[in-house]
Design a protein around this ligand. Structure first.
Ligand SMILES: [Zn+2]
Ligand SMILES: [Zn+2]
Length: 392
């Protein structure tokens, strides 16, 4: 977190951030020229495509499962083997040190959408949030690392930070070079698994800061610009469910529904099954559903208020229906809060032998509340559909 509020004046004429600017502008240009040329003039072997796929997966997932969900959000604990495997992959991805990435990301969550304090605020437009925030030295991009005391305890992360440029070059030379030896096509491997992979992984990640704050749905909160976008989830190993993520940032899942494409979630869950990850943090289903239903009411109320002037019978009926349903929903939420309080109280006071019995009863009551919330959700969705379809 940066405690200081940045002065808008300091955003005028910011100096160029030379090294990132050269890397971020030259690599796409080189890829655009060299990759088509190579593909046109050479037959690319299957093993080079395989190396490309491997490095896309390793470096991409190292950003999502490593830098993002493990280091920045601590949404699970990883075995050191996993942790450092992801650290190497994230170094290969050339997205700055773990300290820089995570410090900036924590500021982003804390000050999301603030024009001057969110380092990649979408309120400053697509170009700024996508890439310009790295091309210039904006005040919001200068971190004091006070918000990463947990990461600063890790000596290896400190070394990665102190000699970052060296590690980036060395890791890419060693690992991509090794792949080149295996495929027998050094230049092709460097172009595909090195250069093209780097550019694609860069921009897919950047899309989360730009497009994922612009296009998509907001099922959980409209307090910020973050969106759920399943198409972007396909490109980003599941990180496209960004609305959920901004509301429940400590959940190791971004695509929280079982059918949502979130390979990073599956990867972490898989690791936990074989004992390489633990303490996977999740938000309980009821809390998630509560957020969703609250948003459904918000949408319905907005629709009703937006049409406040046309007080025909249909509108009145709809308004009454929404308002009555909302009163019922408020009661259900109160019931749920009371249950939660009771559950905490029970755990404090009951003897272990009786706790099980009491717990079973509570579970049943929680299940009833969940059913009620689901029923509210269904009724409100039906009312919305009927109203929009004019079938009342
Ligand atoms: Zn965001
Ligand atoms: Zn995040």
């Amino acid at each position: 977190m940066t405690a200081t509020k940045h002065d808008p004046k300091d955003f005028e004429n910011p100096p160029i951030n030379w090294i990132p600017a050269i890397v971020l502008l030259s690599t796409p240009l080189l890829a655009l020229i060299l990759v088509p040329w190579y593909l046109w003039t050479h037959d690319l072997s299957f093993s080079v495509w395989l190396a490309f796929a491997f490095f896309m997966t390793w470096t991409g997932m190292s950003i999502t499962a490593g830098y993002h969900r493990l280091f920045a959000h601590k949404s699970y604990e990883a075995h050191p083997i996993v942790k450092y495997f992801l650290l190497i992959g994230a170094t290969l991805a050339v997205q700055s040190s773990a300290f820089d990435w995570c410090s900036g990301h924590r500021v982003h969550h804390r000050h999301v959408d603030d024009e001057y304090d969110d380092p990649y605020s979408s309120k400053r437009g697509f170009w700024f949030s996508h890439i310009d925030w790295m091309l210039h030295k904006y005040p919001s991009g200068q971190y004091d690392y006070k918000n990463i005391p947990d990461l600063k305890k890790d000596k290896i992360l400190q070394i990665q930070h102190d000699y970052y440029g060296f590690w980036v070059v060395l890791s890419n030379l060693i690992f991509v070079g090794l792949a080149g030896l295996i495929t027998g096509d050094m230049l092709g491997t460097f172009l595909m698994a090195g250069l093209l992979r780097l550019v694609l992984t860069h921009h897919f990640t950047f899309f989360i800061n730009s497009l994922c704050h612009m296009f998509g749905t907001r099922p959980y909160t409209d307090d910020n610009t973050a969106r759920d976008n399943p198409i972007l989830a396909l490109l980003t190993w599941g990180e496209g469910y960004h609305n959920y993520h901004h509301y429940f940032q400590y959940d190791y899942r971004n695509g929280v529904k079982w059918w949502q494409y979130d390979p990073t979630k599956w990867f972490i869950a898989g690791l936990s099954k074989i004992g390489l990850a633990k303490e996977l943090k999740t938000v309980d289903d009821l809390t998630i559903k509560h957020a969703e239903v609250t948003m459904q009411f918000k949408r319905a109320q907005k629709l009703a208020n937006g049409n406040a002037m046309s007080l025909d019978e249909r509108m009145l009926a709809f308004k009454e229906r929404i308002s009555a349903e909302y009163d019922e929903f408020t009661k259900t939420v109160e019931e749920w809060h009371a249950l939660k309080a009771k559950s905490i109280e029970l755990k404090r006071t009951e003897f272990a032998s009786r706790l099980h019995e009491a717990d079973e009863k509570l579970k049943e009551q929680f299940a009833q509340v969940e059913q009620k919330i689901l029923a509210h959700s269904e009724r409100i969705e039906k009312a919305l559909l009927q109203f929009k379809g004019k079938t009342t």
